[in-house]
Design a protein around this ligand. Structure first.
Ligand code: IPE
Ligand code: IPE
Ligand code: MG
Length: 250
């Protein structure tokens, strides 16, 4: 049982009880900044900085996957200055965090549409995927220009084309085939979905994949989400009884 030190306290972690795949909706950057009289962009910068300790901890715990929602297909409707700032921030983040990914044996991938993203972001995404492709540890996915409905549309188009070309029959379409056409192909479904900033909604995130995920809402805003908060979420998860539609025998 590994021991971790968090806020000067020793935590005994039962690895077998940890979620294999954690998905996070990193929300509340704007509110965090505005509550402190700062601009929303300041909140985004702080939000990007606190990703590192979370990624490192999850990698050290040997989770299979960590999936972070960083920009939705709906976030393009924000003010152009905020969108531009965020796009520059993703470039900076990828440049700065590559070494951390390499040091932690993390494989990187993007979930989302490429169309619409500036070339500067695409270049850094591609470079990070390439540089980390031989790593064998945790998969870190950045949901960037991600929308779950767009993902399902893309999957349905792919599958329809295969049927049209006669590669598969309509009757061959099953859940596994659909899952293999989603951006998350090859990843296990999330076991735990964390959303920060108290909001009780999914906001077009991983609709197919979270069918049986345990939901955990943290009241703190993303820039305040530290390892102590992460372990509170793990603790809540450990105490849930997952039933997957069955009636447990014990
Ligand atoms: C999450 O924080 C980051 C992104 C969606 C890019 P928000 O920017 O949504 O912050 P709030 O919800 O307005 O406080
Ligand atoms: C969800 O947060 C998207 C990300 C965290 C990237 P939003 O702030 O965009 O969601 P809503 O608008 O509150 O539903
Ligand atoms: Mg928000």
């Amino acid at each position: 049982m590994p021991q971790r030190e968090v806020s000067n306290q020793i935590i005994n972690v039962d690895s077998a009880k940890l979620p294999c795949h954690v998905a996070i909706i990193m929300d509340g950057n704007g509110r965090w900044a505005q509550a402190r009289g700062m601009s929303r962009t300041h909140g985004h910068r702080r939000g990007a900085e606190i990703v590192r300790p979370i990624v490192t901890e999850c990698a050290e715990l040997n989770l299979d996957a960590l999936t972070l929602y960083s920009f939705s297909t709906e976030n393009w409707t924000r003010e152009q200055t905020e969108v531009n700032f965020l796009m520059e921030l993703y470039v900076e983040y990828l440049l700065a965090e590559r070494q951390t990914m390499l040091d932690n044996n993390v494989q990187f991938r993007q979930l989302g549409r490429r169309e619409g993203l500036p070339n500067s972001v695409l270049d850094e995404l591609d470079r990070t995927v390439e540089l980390t492709s031989k790593n064998t540890g945790m998969t870190l996915s950045l949901a960037l220009n991600y929308g779950s409905r767009a993902e399902i549309v893309d999957a349905v188009r792919d599958i329809a084309q295969q049927v049209q070309q006669g590669d598969i029959k309509a009757a061959d379409i099953d859940e596994a085939l659909i899952a293999s056409h989603l951006y998350t192909a090859g990843l296990p479904d999330p076991d735990l979905l964390i959303r920060t900033a108290g909001e009780m909604r999914i906001s077009n995130y991983l609709l197919w994949q979270i069918s049986y995920a345990e939901l955990y809402i943290a009241d703190c805003c993303w820039p305040e989400f530290d390892l102590a908060e992460l372990y509170k979420a793990f603790d809540a998860y450990t105490n849930r009884q997952r039933k997957f539609g069955s009636v447990p025998t014990t």
